[in-house]
Write a protein that binds this ligand. Structure first.
Ligand SMILES: Cc1cc2nc3c(=O)[nH]c(=O)nc-3n(C[C@H](O)[C@H](O)[C@H](O)COP(=O)(O)OP(=O)(O)OC[C@H]3O[C@@H](n4cnc5c(N)ncnc54)[C@H](O)[C@@H]3O)c2cc1C
Length: 233
């Protein structure tokens, strides 16, 4: 029997693939992650790492709240510091945006998310470098923060390995083995890997992986720029 057989193959070793692998392995599946380069080398390794939980819907916000708890669990299991809880603000300059903040605070309270309105003069005291004259409303989320994406990926990798996940790096998936519409596995330069379940976690390259089965995934990769500043002194 081939040693390259598992319950699930995950294509892509970014945060999506790594977390899926860890969660499935924790629940008893044998999982192989196939990464074409190195773990966390894709968009995960380039992210700014901001972790804001507030989203437009209660369901989406709850998912992000769970995400913070998962990161804290990972910190404990991998014995690394990943998350820096700084709090975050959201501000409004127009009546429409102020109403949006009111609605979001109400939604947050309905699901026990820690959020509240903050007076503009209080905001100016907390963030003295911020221009606040034209603001009409703001809210404060004390449990938001940021993390080091490389450390997050390393922690998922470590805890996943402890649960038996197999990781193959420098292992691009170049073809998908199919029998009719049923997946049998994938082809790579390191040979065939067999599994009836394939997870496409190739991030911005997902559409290329989908293309290996002549499936169109309507996604596009967009550039993303950010600037890191020094703390205000
Ligand atoms: C500049 C920038 C800043 C960002 N800032 C933030 C932020 O502050 N907060 C936030 O939440 N998000 C942020 N993001 C978004 C975040 O980085 C992504 O949403 C997240 O990393 C996506 O993870 P992923 O696992 O889906 O994709 P990726 O991390 O891109 O992982 C996909 C992996 O698949 C691999 N792969 C591709 N093709 C194949 C193949 N054929 N075979 C095998 N492997 C393959 C790639 O090598 C890659 O490692 C930012 C993104 C960028 C680019």
């Amino acid at each position: 029997m081939s040693k390259n057989i598992s319950d699930v193959i995950i294509i892509g070793g970014g945060v999506a693939g790594l977390s899926t692998a860890m969660q499935l392995a924790k629940r008893g599946s044998s999982v192989t992650v196939l990464e074409r380069e190195q773990i966390g080398n894709g968009s995960t390794g380039r992210a700014a790492g901001l972790l804001g939980q507030l989203r437009g819907t209660a369901e989406h916000t709850r998912m992000l709240m769970d995400g913070v708890e998962i990161v804290k669990e990972l910190e404990a299991k991998a014995s690394v510091e990943i998350y820096v809880q700084t709090g975050s603000v959201r501000v409004a300059e127009t009546p429409e945006r102020a109403q949006e903040i009111t609605d979001l605070v109400e939604m947050g309270h309905s699901i026990d998310f820690d959020i509240d309105h903050i007076a503009i003069d209080e905001l100016a005291k907390r963030l003295p470098y911020m221009h606040t004259d034209d603001l009409t409303a703001a809210c404060w989320c004390p449990t938001d923060g940021h993390l080091q994406p490389a450390e997050l990926a390393a922690a998922y990798h470590k805890v996943g390995r402890d649960h038996g996940v197999r990781y193959e790096t420098n292992c691009p998936v170049t073809g998908v083995l199919l029998e009719g519409n049923k997946a049998l596995g994938v082809q790579t330069p390191k040979g065939e890997f067999l599994s009836p379940v394939l997870v496409n976690a190739a991030g911005p390259w997902s559409y290329l992986v989908a293309g290996l089965t002549d499936t169109t995934l309507p996604t596009a990769a967009l550039g993303h720029v950010y600037l890191t500043t020094q703390p205000h002194s």
